[in-house]
Ligand binder design. Structure first.
Ligand code: TRP
Length: 350
């Protein structure tokens, strides 16, 4: 089985390197960890791949949502992607519920995937908790919808965090199983591009836990909406240890806070931990933190500024998302028409 998509649905750009699809949940409060872990990579990838980025509002309702808040978060996340440098012209950016092919394909894939495959999903077990009888069916079949997201475009590459790797494997199983069941070579087996291991951003208050939107302390994270003063102050207040910075990476072992701050500096500077330590080794945090604060403000505050001005004009964001959805549907619709044909549905004669 090859992973090269065939002609249909791959005509909108002459790009032969492949097609990227990735999704982000519409949760408020995107922060530095999201930026360095995912968004920044998405920005970089849009130049080498045909890139489709989706705000996954259908996935969001697998847990309870306040409708007004969901709408707001969808716009906010879209705005932050654009503010961070994803071009709505070069890439496609849209929200999932506007393109009906995702749901259509998810149903068909529900009839391909097996209970046993879903039963292995560790994220469901974590999210459902003890009271599994009460878990939503959508939470259980979440990975099927994710497979549909990717394969509705016959995407070949999927940049995701480590935590989504198992879902990607399931996507490949579904693609392969569909191809086998219908004796076709229709879906590619998409390749995960695992992101974020290099820049795993930890809490500024505790170097042992991940930077998270749900941390009680706002000082634990730098939100993309923080202004200059907030950014600088959070860096100044970040937890450290009393020692000077080492000159080599090995010296960071057992010093999670130091490791985190140096890692953040390296990532923001587009440099390496080794190079940062070569520059700052021997200095104390009293010298390093101001440098990190300046760099953080320099890189992040324009994103926050852009985001705020985008969010002032909701109609404009909605317009961008609608345009993205139209372009996304133009790719997905012929693919789903073909799927319907393969499966044996009569389909629409247009
Ligand atoms: N499940 C992903 C997450 O929580 C989001 C997502 C939904 C996604 N559909 C996708 C990621 C398709 C990659 C491709 O991060």
């Amino acid at each position: 089985m090859t992973s090269s998509p065939t002609s249909s649905g791959n005509t909108s750009s002459g790009n032969t390197r492949g097609r990227i699809f990735s999704g982000v949940q519409p949760t408020g409060n995107l922060h530095l960890g999201n930026y360095l872990g995912a968004i920044r990579n998405w920005v970089a990838l849009q130049d080498s791949f045909e890139s489709i980025y989706c705000v996954v509002d259908l996935h969001a309702i697998t847990v309870a949502q306040d409708p007004a808040q969901l709408r707001q978060s969808t716009r906010e996340v879209a705005a932050s992607l654009i503010a961070a440098g994803i071009s709505p012209e070069r890439a496609i950016i849209f929200n999932q519920s506007q393109v009906p092919q995702h749901s259509q394909l998810a149903w068909i894939f529900s009839c391909v995937a097996r209970l046993g495959w879903l039963n292995r999903m560790t994220q469901f077990k974590e999210k459902a908790g003890k009271n599994r009888e009460n878990a939503r069916v959508g939470l259980y079949s979440y990975p099927i919808l994710m497979a549909a997201d990717i394969l509705a475009y016959r995407a070949t590459h999927v940049p995701v965090g480590e935590d989504q790797k198992q879902h990607l494997e399931l996507t490949r199983d579904i693609a392969q199983s569909f191809n086998q069941a219908y004796d076709v070579e229709f879906f590619p087996l998409p390749e995960p591009q695992i992101l974020g291991s290099a820049t795993r951003v930890m809490s500024l208050r505790d170097g042992a836990s991940k930077m998270s939107k749900s941390d009680m302390s706002d000082n634990s994270r730098i939100n993309l909406t923080d202004d200059r003063d907030q950014i600088a102050q959070k860096i100044r207040k970040a937890k450290t240890d009393p020692d000077a910075l080492p000159s080599e990476e090995a010296g960071l072992e057992g010093r999670p806070e130091a490791q985190n701050l140096v890692g953040i500096y390296a990532a923001l500077a587009g440099s390496s931990v080794g190079a940062v330590l070569a520059e700052f080794g021997g200095m104390g945090f009293g010298d390093f933190k101001p440098a990190l604060a300046d760099l953080s403000v320099e890189v992040l505050s324009p994103i926050g500024d852009n985001m705020r001005s985008l969010l002032e004009n909701v109609d404009h964001i909605d317009h961008i998302l609608e345009g993205g959805a139209a372009r996304a549907e133009a790719i997905a619709a012929p693919i789903i028409d073909e799927v319907n044909e393969i499966v044996g549905f009569l389909g629409r004669k247009s």
